[in-house]
Design a protein around this ligand. Structure first.
Ligand code: SAH
Ligand code: DHB
Ligand code: MG
Length: 219
């Protein structure tokens, strides 16, 4: 079984369940045109996040790591009319691309992009809290800090999702050589030790290779 098979299966699944989507296609094209890295969630993963938000009945969503707004738009589409997404992005150039994509998707008044290092902007979100769903997908070494903030800013019953927790199996590398892996391992230590959350992780393969999501519920 190769990653070519995983990608072909993702294409099959998209073909069956995800109708052509000019807004999201334009989002991905604009990201490529602007030279942004191709590191958004895949289409099947984006829809997975969208469905999680619907299952949770989310009204307020917090995203850490916007890039071009691809996952942001999937999440915004899950919300009722009065729903809100706050999305945190360090890079002003990424935020600019995302702003145009979010406007094209019709979510200008729904999505609030906060530009800056997330650890600087998170403390200012008390007025927007509590969130019903938090998606953590920014710089990996800070994931444990983002997870602490996610718990602090969430209501009981909220869902916290963390991307890239497996990274081609690197998560089991205990050598400490890779700061991204170290961040994710510290995140799992925290998840295991934190009495206010219960969680699991699911490994994934597909168009984005071999990786995984962690999911936790705040009690
Ligand atoms: N969630 C997006 C992908 C995000 S990629 C999607 O699936 O479509 C990760 C993003 O996190 C990048 O845009 C990067 O600039 C941003 N980022 C990196 N460090 C950050 C920080 N300290 N604070 C906020 N965002 C950060
Ligand atoms: C990278 C970041 C991501 O959020 C992702 O989903 C894939 C790759 C990266 O920084 O390489
Ligand atoms: Mg990611």
């Amino acid at each position: 079984m190769t990653s070519a098979t995983w990608t072909a299966v993702d294409e099959y699944l998209c073909d069956r369940m995800l109708p052509r989507d000019p807004v999201l296609e334009a989002t991905q094209r604009s990201a490529a045109d602007a030279g942004l890295p191709a590191i958004s969630v895949s289409a099947t993963q984006g829809k997975f996040l969208h469905l999680l938000a619907r299952i949770a009945g989310a009204r307020r969503v917090l995203e850490i790591g916007t890039l071009a707004g691809y996952s942001t738009i999937w999440l915004a589409r899950a919300l009722p009319k009065e729903g809100r997404v706050v999305t945190l992005e360090f890079d002003p150039a990424h935020a600019e691309v995302a702003r145009a994509n979010i406007a094209r998707a019709g979510f200008e008044g729904i999505v609030d992009i906060r530009v800056g290092a997330a650890l600087e902007t998170l403390p200012s979100l008390a007025a927007e809290a509590p969130f019903d769903l938090v998606f953590i997908d920014a710089d990996k070494p800070s994931t444990p800090d983002y997870f602490r903030w996610a718990i602090k800013l969430s209501r009981p019953g909220a869902v916290i999702v963390v991307d890239n927790v497996v990274r081609n199996g690197d998560i089991i590398d205990a050598s400490g050589k890779n700061q991204d892996v170290e961040g994710m391992r510290r995140f799992f230590d925290l998840l295991a030790a934190e009495p206010r959350v219960t969680g699991t992780a699911v490994q994934t393969v597909g168009a984005k290779g071999y990786d995984g999501f962690a999911i936790a519920v705040v009690t």
